[in-house]
Structures are given as C-alpha cells and as structure tokens.
Design a protein. Sequence first.
Length: 462
Amino acid sequence: MSRAGEIPLEPPLVRGAGAEPAKEDRTYLGYMAAALASALLGGFALAAWMPLAATEAVPGVERAPRLVQAHGWLQLQGWAGLFVAGMAIRIVPRFAGRRPVPARVTVPLLGLLVAPLVVRLFAVPWLDGEAAGAAALVAGILTAAGCAGVAAVLGHVLARGRRGREAWRWFAAAGAVWWLAWAPLAAWWGWRAAGGDGLAPAAFDDALAWAVMLGPVGNFILGVQSRSVPVFFGRRPPPARVMAGPGLLLNGGAGLLVLAMGLDGGGAARLAGAGLVLGGLGLCWGLPLAGAVRGRAHRLRPRARPAARFVLAANLAGVAAGLLMAAGGTAMVAEGGYAAAPLRDAARHLFGLGPITLLILGMARLIAPVFAVARTESRAPGWLERAPFWLLLAALGIRAAAGLASGAVSYDAWMHASAVAGALSWLAVGIFAADVLRAVRNERRTLAAIETAALGPGGRAQ
Ligand code: HEM
C-alpha cells in the first residue's frame, strides 16, 4: 500500500493468455539523458572553463563573449529546457487523466530540441563573421521549431484532458503558452545574433534569458511543485486562488521582459527592471506556497526523505534569487540603466543552481520512475546520492558570493571563484548522471526478477 504523496511502484507483472504486459513509457529517460549530456558537455563544462578563458588562464580569451552566451543558452535550453519538456510531457498527461504521449511524437521532438543545442555548442562560438551569424540564425530557427512542438503537445493534452480548478493546471497552461511564445522569440534571437556575427546584443539577450527562466521554466517549477511537494510535507496543495497572485506577478514580469526586448536604451532598462521586480516578488511569494522552504517531509518513505533537502535548498535559493531580482530591478528602474550587475548575476545563478539544478536532482529522485526501486530500498543513501547535494550547495554559495562581490573584487578573482564553482557543479551533475545509469540498470534487473517470480516455475503465470 502506498500512502498519500508517495509514488507507487507498478504492480508485479501478470502474464496469462490474453493478458497484455503493461509497457512503461521510458522516453522521458531520453530527455533526461539529453539534458545531462547538454549540461556535462556544454553548460557546466563551459561554467568551469569559460571563466578561466576570460582571464587568459587557459586559451580562448578572444572567444569569451561567445562562450558566455553559449553557456547561458545551453543551461537554459539544454539543461533546464530539456528536463522541463521531458518531465512535463510525461507528467501532464497523467495529471490530466490522458494516455501517455506516444513515442512517435516524443522521440522526433527530442531530436528537434537537441539539434539547435549541437549548433550552439559546436558551431556558433567557434565561427567568425557571417558564418557565425548564419549558424546563430540556424540555431534560432531550430529552437523555434522545437519550442512550438513542445507547446503543441502540451496544449493538445491540456485541451483534451479532464477539467479541474487545481493550481497546477493554470501553471501548466501558462507554461505551454510560454513555450509557444518562446518560438518567435528564439527566431528573433537568431535574427539579431545573425546581425551581430553570432552575438546577440547584450541587453536583448539578457532580457530573453530572464523571460525564459520565468515563463517556460518558472511556471513548471511552481506548477509541478504545487501538485506534489506540499503533500510530501503534510500540507494540502495550495488552491488556485492562493497561487493566483504569485502566478500573475511571475507571468507579468516575464511579459515586461519580452516588451523590453523590443526597445533600446533607458526605456528598455526600465521595463526589464520592472519585469525583474515583478518576477522576483512572484518567486518570493510563490515558492514557499507551491513548494516548501521549511519543515520535514514526513509523508515520504524514510528512504526517500533525504531527497527532500534538495527541494528545501532549491526553494530557499529561489526566494533569495527573488529578493536580489527585486533589488536589482528596482535599481534599474530608478537609474534607467543596467544598474546593479552584481545583484543580477548572483540572482541569475541562485535561480540557475537552486530552483533549476537542485530541484531537477531532487524531483528526479522523488518522482522519476527510474528511482522508484531505490525509493523502496531499506539501506541508507550511499555517497552517490549524498555527494551531489553538498557539492551543489558549495557551488551555489561560491557562485552567488562571487557574483555579489564582482563589483568590489578584481575581475580575475570573480572569474576564478566562478571556475571553482563550475568545477564543483560539473562534478555534482556528473555523479548524479552516474547514479541515473546505475538506477536504470538496477530497475531492469529488479523488473526482470519480479517477472520471473510472477511467472513461477516452468514459466507459467501464477
Ligand atoms: C556553478 C555553475 C555556474 C558557473 C560557474 C557559471 C558561470 C557564469 C559566468 C562566469 C557567466 C558570465 C558572467 C558575466 O560575464 O557577466 C555566466 C553567465 C550566465 N549564466 Fe552561468 N554559471 C553557472 C551555472 C549556471 C546555471 C545553472 C545557469 C542556468 C540554468 C546559468 C545561466 C547563465 C546565464 C543565462 C548567463 C548569462 C549569459 C549571457 O550573458 O548571455 N549559469 N555564468
């Protein structure tokens, strides 16, 4: 028997004449693997290397601005985006009482989402002049196609699914609309970067990155948590009316950031600043309600409880990011310029390492079927499970402190501290990837053992 808040294991397989064995939909593992590959080969690898290149400690100083943009987009589109798309495409049909999305849709869509990441990692940063511009345009157009595909799948499921008034539906619907909006915005990014020989204008790129963090990613962070996390901690999921205020602030903030992309100078900075203020307040208000920032996850099995600290740390980091966004955004509105860069850098990385990275690792352990067997084991969590938490916590502290201090210390000190944080977080994600592989192998073995037991001696159904 499973208790409320626990994700039950599939019942043992039953074989017999006319009985179809249930097939587990495993394409989410492809999305997870692609997100991990993008993080380890791209986003986090660049996080460790690019700050060293920027200070000439390793080769590549002339490529540094291109590597920074590549790092940002690989993290948002590859690490966060692929994970959010994969989990949303798996979970939303279940929440909405629909059949799983078939592999003939999810597999080609995964290919479409991965293609622009390959261009962003292997072409855009390494080319020059018109060739770099053309590669950026291709990356933008491919990104647009993939985002439109995710929006179409989620929109279809939500439109045909059971109706209801829970908060997660509103966030999932808003998230799907944002994936649709991301399509023309990504093509626009490609167009602007093509004009800049592969580099989009800094303010335009920054506003789009924040809009993506709040819109297509942020809505799912609040939506998926609101359905399950309060239950883990013994609370009821917050009703839609309670989440309406944070949802409006989050989406209003993302909308203002998009409007800022169309302007230049002081007007753009003021609008983007106002967007950061609204989005930041939305996070500070919404994360403690939809997720949890304190308490014990006593409704989880004892074996799964340690994973809840990822969720707590992620949400606390998200609230800190929200406060810094509000402070940095206020300074931008007041000055009509790109003020408070250290606050915004720290906020971006508290958000990226907190409600994105720590939450990905925590929620994967708590709800991904691949860890279902591990969640029932009686042994205590091993080092493969414990080390990523502490490594990420250290990386988060160092990266946020380096960002906050960037106005006061030398450029080299800021960048070298960042490189240390980058190496620690790469290691954390690498260890997690090894644990996913181990879980996939164990899961196969355990399911085979259950099946053998169900068949009994002589291979006959029991
Ligand atoms: C410890 C891990 C990380 C390190 C060391 C790191 C390092 C850096 C550095 C040095 C910059 C350039 C700052 C500047 O020159 O102004 C940067 C920018 C950025 N980072 Fe990270 N980062 C990390 C993790 C992340 C994560 C997890 C995300 C998002 C999920 C992220 C998103 C971004 C974005 C969007 C930018 C701005 C890119 C642009 O200007 O186009 N980073 N990061």
